[in-house]
Ligand binder design. Sequence first.
Ligand code: HEM
Length: 513
Amino acid sequence: MWPGDGPWPASAVTAAALLVAAVIIVRRLFIPRLWPSSGSGTERRGAASGGASGSARLPAGSLGWPLLGETPAFILAAYSARPESFVERRRLLYGKVFASHLWGSPAVVSSDPEVSRAVLQADASAFVPWYPRSLMELMGRSSILVLGGGLQRRVHGLAGAFFKSPHLKARVTADMRRRVARAMAAWQRRGAPVVRVQDEAKSIVFEILVRALIGLDEGHEMQYLRQQFKEFIAGLISLPVKLPGTQLYRSLKAKKRMTTLIQKIIQEKRKRRIAAGCDEDPHDGTTHHPRNMIDVLLGNGSDELTDELISDNMIDFMIPAEDSVPVLITLAVKYLSECPPALQQLEEENMELKRRKSGAGETLEWTDYMSLTFTQHVITETLRMGNIINGIMRKAVRDVEVRGHLIPKGWRVLVYFRAVHLDAAVHDDPHAFNPWRWKDRADVMTGGGGGGFTPFGGGQRLCPGLDLARLEASIFLHHLVTNFRWVAEEDAVVNFPTVRLRRGMPIAVTPRT
Ligand code: HEM
C-alpha cells in the first residue's frame, strides 16, 4: 500500500483529471496523426507530380512530438534488446508501411519486403541517399555513399568488378590465411588464453582490406592509419557540432590526417604511372591486374576521379573493414557458441575440407572457402539475425508512389531491413538461429532473396563488397574451428549506434590436438 492509500480527496481527483485532459489536448494539438486514407485529409488526389499516380496515399502514422518527432522513441528502442519493437508496435497500428518523423524530417518507414525492394531498386530520379548530418560532414560530398547519377555508377562498377575479381580474391585469401595463422599461433604461444574475437577480427580484417584498397603493407603507417580511423569512425554518429573538444571536431581532424597520407600514396602512384608511360588499361586481364583499388581508379583515366574523390572514397571503403566484416565474424562466433548442432556441423564440414586438401598436398583457394555450403548458410543466417546494417535512409526528390503509397517530395524513407529479417511472416521462428533454413536458397549468395533478405541492400547500390565479406568470414571461421575449441563467455549484442558485442565476445580457446 502507498502512503495515504484510500479514497483520494476531491482536489486530487480534479487535478488528476485536469492533467489527463491537458495531456490529451497537447497530444491532439501537437502530435499529428496521419490516419488511414479512407477519404481523410492524408489522401492526396492529383497532388503527386512526376510519377505518383492520383490514387497514391500517404501511409497512416504519427509524426510524434514537435521538433523531436518519433526520434526519441526510435532511439530508445534501438538501445534495447529489441530495436525492431519501434516498428513492430506501429506495424500493429498502421500496417507494414507507416508515416513517422525521424532525424528532423517526416519519414515513411517500410517493413514491407515488396515496398523495400521497390525503394532499393529506384534510381536517383526518385530517391537519393540520406544520412545524419555528422555522417555527411565526415564522408564528404564525393563519397560513393552520397554520390548519385553517372559518377556513382562508375565508381560502383569499378569497385564491384575489382572486389569480385578472382585475382583479388586469391590475394585476399593468401593474405588473410597468413595473417590469421600468425594471430592464432600467438594465441597458442600464450597457453590457453581468453581471446576477444571482435578485436582480433578488427585488426586482421582492417589490414587485409586496407592493403587491397590502397596498397599499404603492415607497419608503422598502417598502425597510424588505424589509429586515425578509429577516431574518425567514432564521429560518424555524433552531435553535429564542430567546435574544438567535440567528437565531430576530433573525427574531422583525424580524417584530414588520413587524407594527407592517402593523397601522398595517390601522388606517388600517379608519378610512377607517368614515369612508366603507363596509360594501359589495367583491366585488360592479360598484361597485369590492378593490385589495389587506387590503381583501379587511376587506371580509369577519368578526370572526374580526382585525388580528393579517390581519397574520400578509400576512407569510406574502410568502414566495412573496421566495422561490418569484423562484426559479422564476431556475431557468427556468438551464434555458433549458442547453437552446438550448428557448430558441430560447421566443424565437420571444415575439418573434412582441411583433411582432403592436406591429403592432396594442396593449399586452400578462395573457391574452396566459398564452396563450404553449410559455412555459407551460417554466414547468411548471421547476416539475417545480426542486422549489421539495420536499414538505409533515402530522401524523395519528388512525390513518389511506391506500390500505392505516396512518399511526398522531401520526405525520408527508412527501409528497415531489421524488421523484415525478424518478421515471423517472412522467416519462420525469426529469433531462432537456424542456418538450415537456407538449404535451398542459393540466390542469397549473390545478393538475391528479394526484399525479404537484404543485409547488403539492393538495386544500384547493392554492396559491391558482399563476396569479400563472405570470403573473409569463411576464412576466419575455417581456421578457428579447425585449430581450436572454445568456451564462450557471457556477452550481449549492442545495436546502437552501431552493432557490436558489448565485451568484444571473449572466448577461452584451447588448441585441437
Ligand atoms: C558484413 C559486411 C557488409 C555489410 C553488412 C554491408 C552492407 C552494405 C549495405 C546495406 C549497403 C547499401 C547501402 C545503400 O543502399 O545505401 C552497402 C553498400 C556498400 N558497401 Fe557494403 N557491406 C559489407 C561489406 C562491405 C565490404 C567488405 C566492402 C568493400 C570493401 C563494402 C563496400 C561497400 C560500398 C562501396 C558500398 C556503397 C555502394 C554504392 O552506394 O554504390 N561493403 N554495404
